[in-house]
Design a protein around this ligand. Structure first.
Ligand code: NAP
Length: 346
């Protein structure tokens, strides 16, 4: 029987992607939708300005949007996907966990908390067990698991694949799509014919979340990885798909050929989840790929693509790309939902 799920922030850019991915999902059934007070009480069709490239599922369009309040969500919903602004997430997600709901969240609040697992299943599925520490610490019947920032998700799997060569220093520069800022994030007057070389607090997220994701969990505490990461984040006028330029220094000499082998054969034996693509990392020989418009939908938007592997003054240089609202947000949360289900948390 499918698990009944709800979506917090269901009318936004990520919320709409969640609906697109969850509606046909055989393990999950959408049973509750919430948004802000201005949407609550309306039908979903009326509340959401639907912008995803498939029609609104008919049964979802007729659902009534509820308030984002634990008292407004049916008690038989087992799992909540959260795509709320982080300030709202910080205020309400703990209340949902306290009320017994398991929450798989995109929002950036609490990602770096010591007892909150920050998970990309193909990289650090074992960190999910941090939920036992969380439940002991906080006394929750529910639980809170996070997926990382959309730009962190794009380059960290490549680091995981290359970790065997000894990660020392990483420099990453991003070219991020406008959908990453949410529907009301960047106006056309700001971004057309332009690039914006600063995205508030984004750089810090890449620099800190990557070390947590690559860290070691011993069953009680998580030790962060000691790799140094330096990031520069830029907004460009693409719709979807974050492209990133990476310079990597490793302890062992790493040739582009060895890196291509390690990236394309990267395997994560313990994880076999429906939404995880095979292969996870697609390597292009063509130096001009990956490109957002051509490659963001590889693996149904869940693959990471890599190209431009070459030696640089600082070791290895390459480019990588992922779909920011699928692999970088909604798909990442759904994947964590599948991991929670497989590990008996629902
Ligand atoms: P968005 O398009 O602005 O959508 C925000 C959603 O939250 C809407 O459903 C909105 O409902 C609801 N909301 C706003 N204020 C609320 C309040 N006070 N109480 C309850 N609900 C409220 O944002 P988004 O791009 O989907 O991003 C959502 C979250 O995911 C953010 O934390 C963002 O940082 C994170 N994220 C986004 C991406 C991406 O690529 N876009 C990637 C990774 C992570 P109304 O329609 O009623 O206002």
């Amino acid at each position: 029987m499918a698990v009944r799920v709800g979506i917090l922030g269901a009318t936004g850019a990520v919320g709409q992607r969640l609906i697109q991915l969850l509606d046909p999902h055989p393990d999950f059934e959408i049973a509750a939708l919430t948004a802000s007070d201005s949407s609550a009480g309306k039908s979903y069709r009326e509340a959401a300005k639907w912008r995803v490239d498939t029609p609104i599922p008919a049964d979802v369009a007729d659902m009534t949007v509820g308030a984002t309040d634990p008292d407004d969500v049916p008690g038989d919903v087992d799992l909540l996907f959260s795509s709320l602004p982080s300030s709202v997430g910080a205020a309400v997600e703990p209340a949902f966990c306290e009320a017994g709901y398991v929450v798989s969240s995109n929002s950036s609040n609490a990602r770096m908390a010591d007892d909150v697992p920050l998970v990309i299943p193909e990289v650090n599925a074992d960190h999910l067990d941090l939920l036992e520490v969380q439940r002991d610490d906080r006394g929750w019947d529910g639980a809170l698991v996070k997926n990382p920032n959309c730009s962190t998700i794009t380059f960290v799997p490549t680091l995981a694949a290359l970790e065997q060569f000894g990660l020392e220093r990483v420099h990453v520069a991003t070219l991020q799509a406008v959908s990453g800022a949410g529907y009301d994030g960047v106006t056309s007057m700001e971004i057309i014919d332009n690039a914006i070389p600063h995205i508030g607090s984004e750089e810090e997220k890449l620099e800190t979340e990557s070390k947590k994701l690559l860290g070691d969990f011993d069953g009680a505490e998580l030790a962060q990885h000691d790799v140094s990461v330096s990031a520069s984040c830029n907004r460009i006028p693409t719709l979807d798909g974050h492209l990133e330029n990476v310079w990597l220094e490793t302890a062992e000499t790493l040739s582009p050929v060895d890196a291509a082998d390690a990236l394309s054969s990267y395997s994560f034996d313990d994880v076999d989840l429906r939404s995880s693509p095979d292969p996870l990392i697609h390597v292009f020989e063509d130096l001009e790929r990956p490109q957002p418009r051509l490659d963001r939908t590889l693996g149904d938007g869940m693959a990471i693509s890599v190209g431009g592997l070459q030696e640089s003054t600082f070791g290895l240089q390459y480019n990588c790309l992922a779909h920011n609202t699928i692999r970088g947000a909604a798909g990442a949360s759904v994947l964590n939902g599948e991991l929670l289900l497989e590990n008996g948390y629902l």
